[in-house]
Design a protein around this ligand. Structure first.
Ligand SMILES: Nc1ncnc2c1ncn2[C@@H]1O[C@H](COP(=O)(O)OP(=O)(O)OP(=O)(O)O)[C@@H](O)[C@H]1O
Ligand SMILES: N[C@@H](CCO)C(=O)O
Length: 323
């Protein structure tokens, strides 16, 4: 379950008065997710009923949320399909509820596509490129908080738990990424706001129609290529082996390239980015496994999945980004 903070309809009725949404008429906790407390919230204004998602942030503070919520607002305003935060009468996107930061965003139709086909991967690649382009004039800046600085400071916390073969891999891969991130090539890669966690469970589809990207709470500024790598490493693989599936990779990359053409520098950095995307989630999953949150920790995600993907990306030449 993922309702860490209990909220009743009676709690929400007076609270909702600060939003231009009318009356709260239904509230239902959402079972999935492991970071925040999420609820489907139905409001009624006159005869019109509207569905929203109410999120209470369990681990993010008021000072951190403007970047994420303003980014979603900016992207929605530029035609990217993402949940749109609803401002209250004072223009605030994030306000306290039971002492914790809370926000209301529009509800996306559909459900996650956990068995994606090339048609779904093409839709994700297309929207991802649109999102990168739309983020170019977003005025706020925050680094990717799960980027290389975090890898560097987090590795010592997990290394003592690992057998020698994994110690070697983690150390050598961080070393490899430090060299890549310090290279002239890296400086030539285009950067901007990225989602940085665009897994299958963070995209909604209604059949083959993509209805939106959500869960922007790992977003930050990084290379666009890193975002593509994270996305390909989840959407375009055989889940048992981590091996890339050519049809899904081509569908995603070709659709992205048609909207925002990849550069020759990005082609040169592509394998490094795929390795970075695998390292990021191997490390965060190891960290979650060995340093669990004190409170309602759910079953952590399996780190070996991303260790397998990382070894595969090191061993196998990357597919071309474009012909
Ligand atoms: N804007 C939205 N529209 C429709 N459904 C949503 C929306 N936001 C969240 N949901 C639903 O709530 C569920 C949990 O949301 P989310 O994945 O953001 O949880 P979390 O705990 O914040 O994150 P994590 O994915 O890290 O566990 C989603 O799987 C989805 O079903
Ligand atoms: N997508 C992450 C979870 C955090 O959203 C993972 O699979 O490890």
């Amino acid at each position: 379950m993922a309702v860490f903070t209990s909220v009743s309809l009676d709690d929400v009725r007076p609270w909702i008065a600060q939003f231009p949404l009318g009356e709260a008429v239904a509230l239902k906790g959402i079972a999935s997710g492991i970071e925040n407390s999420n609820f489907f919230l139905t409001t009624q204004s006159g005869d019109v009923r509207t569905e929203h998602v109410l999120t209470i942030f369990e681990n993010l503070g008021f000072e951190q949320l403007p970047f994420y919520l303003q980014l979603m607002r900016h992207l929605a305003g530029h035609g990217v399909l993402v949940p749109e935060p609803v401002p209250n009468h004072d223009g605030q996107l994030c306000v306290p509820l039971h002492g914790k930061p809370a926000a209301i965003v529009s509800k996306l139709e559909g459900s996650s596509q956990m068995d994606p086909q090339p048609v779904h991967c093409a839709a994700v690649g297309d929207m991802l490129a649109r999102m990168h382009l739309a983020g170019r004039d977003f005025p706020l800046h925050q680094p990717n908080l799960r980027g290389i600085a975090w890898w560097h400071e987090t590795a010592p916390a997990v290394l003592p738990h690992l057998p020698e073969a994994q110690v070697q891999l983690l150390r050598s891969e961080i070393h490899f990424q430090e060299a890549f991130h310090g290279s002239d090539l890296y400086k030539r890669l285009q950067q901007g706001p990225v989602h940085a966690d665009l897994f299958r469970n963070n995209v909604m589809f209604d059949g083959e129609r993509l209805t939106g990207f959500f869960d922007f709470y790992f977003a930050g500024c990084d290379t666009w290529l890193f975002d593509v790598a994270v996305t390909v490493n989840d959407w375009c693989i055989d889940l048992d082996t981590g091996v890339l599936d050519t049809a899904r990779v081509r569908a995603m990359l070709d659709a992205y390239h048609a909207v925002r053409p990849f550069t020759a520098h990005e082609q040169a950095g592509w394998q490094c980015a795929l390795r970075a995307g695998a390292l990021r989630f191997w490390l965060s999953r190891l960290y979650d496994l060995y340093q669990p949150r004190a409170a309602e920790m759910l079953t952590p995600h399996d780190p070996t999945h991303f260790e397998r993907i990382l070894r595969e990306r090191i061993a196998t030449p990357a597919p071309r980004l474009f012909a």
